[in-house]
Every structure is written in C-alpha cells, then in structure tokens.
Write a protein of this length. Structure first.
Length: 67
C-alpha cells in the first residue's frame, strides 16, 4: 500500500498483510485457509486504508480477479 500512497488506518494490519503475503508466497493460496489467515483477511477488509485502496482500484488497475 505504501507504493499507492495509502497507509493502513490501523498499523497492526501490516502484520496481517505480511502473514497473508507469506501464505501466498508459500503457494498455499489454493488450500483451505487456517483460521489465522481467515482472521487476517477479515481484519484487512475492515481497515479504512484497505477500503480506500479498493475504492480507488480503477486508478491502479486492480482487477477484481486479483482480489
């Protein structure tokens, strides 16, 4: 999000984002999500900064398939 100039509203979401990124980097995005990952995703979607990014997705070519 830093490259977009938008910060997380709650800085604790940075750890959620890193956890999710590690999960994807490990190639586990197509497996059943453990509760920890489900919580991270839910927390990220509740963050005001993430909502701002999503609202401006057309500016960044964030396709729905990327979500």
């Amino acid at each position: 999000m830093a490259s977009l100039g938008i910060a997380y509203e709650n800085h604790a979401r940075e750890s959620d984002a890193k956890l999710l990124e590690k999960h994807v980097e490990a190639g586990l995005e197509f497996t059943a999500f453990p509760q920890e990952i489900k919580n991270a995703i839910a927390n990220l979607w509740l963050d005001g900064g993430v909502k701002k990014c999503f609202e401006r997705r057309n500016e960044y070519q964030l396709n729905d398939s990327a979500l």
